[in-house]
Ligand binder design. Structure first.
Ligand code: FRU
Length: 465
């Protein structure tokens, strides 16, 4: 058996062995993509190809920590039901021995190409290779090896190729770090996928490393989405260890000229990183992110008892409104709606019982403060005077609560939530603000409380087979 086959087989076995475990875990999600065993992080190679959505992800099947990553693989035809596929890439070759790191997919002439970073670490010495793998059937991938080395003037923190095609030219954005340890995104172009010309820095200006860039046009604007590391907290901003955010601007095609507005954080919760988008066959720009964060509390995730850690977000459709990225749950997720648990007007105070997989929509009355509380301890508080929304959750070390706050423009007219066993995704005002977080409330707790006035609708969510 060759090394690649050996590794892929071992990973599949690991996942199979853990099936009974995850079935028992009350925190294992119902409708989110999560790790079958071990650790997952970034979504990779996100694409709809020949009608089927293919989603790959960074995966360490052998440990509940970061390490020599595989590309795990799931497929879907409806963005609700995900089918587990055999992993696509294993770190079997010398140029990727410490991980097939993040990257993207592109369909060309009936074939599916994956671009990823071959990560090599020897003692303190890092090497980075940008590699291609190709598939005819979307299941088995043949590696074609390295097509791009680290350019001069940059460190080996050079990774996460996102490739697309425009007017017969292939482009690639890369996360990079200068020798002075400044983060940036570099742009490359190619006619043939194998030889890449460096067009230079597309954007830079803060942080020590920019990871997982994604560059796309949306409603006539050019959006650069990326995950910068090394931003200091500033008031309510940049409170997580690492950030994810974007520029909106205009790109002069064929060059690295990109004029854009200021950096905006894309999510305001605790667990959101390395988002990746794709344009699907309906022309929608759909985003999925890692619902995780290197926050030092990973060792306290209760899912470790069941030998897995981390999950991804639900797919979200992107649009631009008032120079902001708007995220809305994809329409297909409405298929999950089962019985309506509540549909009622709330006056002043209300409490009821909900399940652990729910969608709710709360429409507060105009200009009024409110507090929504879930499972005793998860809170969303609207401060009307300061125009802030604050999301509280219990710390995993049980030393009180932690909070993330965002500013609201105008008023809060709608709070929509997707809750799934150990996660919550809040969409405020039709996707103008989002808060994405893992939550691990005590299993028995079913309580939901509202202080305030408005209308509440709650659906129990269930997968129809
Ligand atoms: C982001 C990241 C990427 C890298 C991958 C490794 O979370 O650090 O830059 O390719 O994870 O798993």
């Amino acid at each position: 058996m060759n090394r690649e086959h050996e590794l892929l087989t071992a990973a599949i076995e690991k996942a199979n062995e853990n099936k009974s475990n995850i079935k028992k875990d009350p925190y294992y999600p119902l409708y989110h993509v999560a790790s079958p065993v071990g650790l997952i992080n970034d979504p990779n190679g996100w694409i709809q190809w020949k009608g089927t959505y293919h989603l790959f992800f960074q995966w360490n099947p052998f440990e509940n920590s970061h390490g020599a990553k595989f590309w795990g693989h799931v497929t879907s035809t409806d963005l609700v039901h995900w089918k587990e596929e055999s992993p696509a890439l294993a770190p079997s070759e010398s140029y990727e021995k410490d991980g097939c790191y993040s990257g993207s997919a592109i369909a060309i002439d009936d074939k599916l190409y994956l671009f990823y970073t071959g990560n090599v670490k020897n003692d303190d010495q890092r090497e980075s290779y940008q590699c291609i793998a190709v598939s005819q059937d979307g299941h088995q991938f043949r590696k074609l090896g390295n097509v791009l080395d680290v350019p001069e003037g940059y460190t080996a923190h050079f990774r996460d190729p996102k490739v697309w095609k425009e007017n017969d030219v292939y482009y690639m954005v890369m996360g990079a770090q200068t020798l002075e340890e400044k983060g940036c995104v570099l742009l490359f172009q190619s006619k043939n996928l194998h030889q890449w010309e460096n067009l230079g820095v597309l954007a830079d200006g803060f942080g020590y490393m920019w990871e997982c860039p994604d560059f796309f046009s949306l409603q006539g604007k050019d959006v650069l989405l990326f995950s910068p590391q090394g931003m200091e907290p500033e008031g309510i901003h940049y409170q997580n260890t690492f950030q994810s955010g974007y520029f909106i601007g205009e790109w002069k095609e064929g060059t690295n000229r990109y004029t854009h507005n200021h950096f905006q954080e894309i999510d305001h919760g605790f667990d959101f990183y390395a988002p990746q988008t794709t344009e699907d066959e309906k022309g929608r720009r759909i985003l999925i992110a890692w619902m995780g964060m290197a926050d030092g509390f990973e060792h306290l995730h209760p899912t470790l008892d069941y030998n897995w850690i981390h999950q991804l977000t639900i797919p979200r459709e992107l649009s631009i409104r008032d120079n902001k990225l708007i995220q809305q749950p994809v329409e297909e997720l409405k298929q999950l709606r089962g019985n309506k648990l509540y549909d009622r007007t709330i006056k002043d105070r209300w409490n009821g019982e909900i399940s652990r997989t729910v969608e709710w929509i709360f429409k507060p009355n105009d200009e009024q403060e409110f507090t929504l509380e879930l499972y005793n301890g998860i809170q969303l508080v609207y401060n009307q005077r300061e125009k802030t929304l604050s999301f509280y959750r219990e710390r995993l070390d049980h030393k009180g609560h932690e909070v993330r706050t965002a500013l609201v423009e105008g008023n809060v007219s709608e709070v929509r939530a997707y809750v799934d066993r150990s996660s919550i995704e809040l969409f405020i005002n039709d996707g103008e603000l989002t808060f994405t977080s893992r939550i691990f409330p005590s299993i028995k707790n079913k309580e939901m409380q509202i202080h305030g006035d408005g209308h509440l609708t709650v659906w129990n969510l269930a997968k129809k087979v």
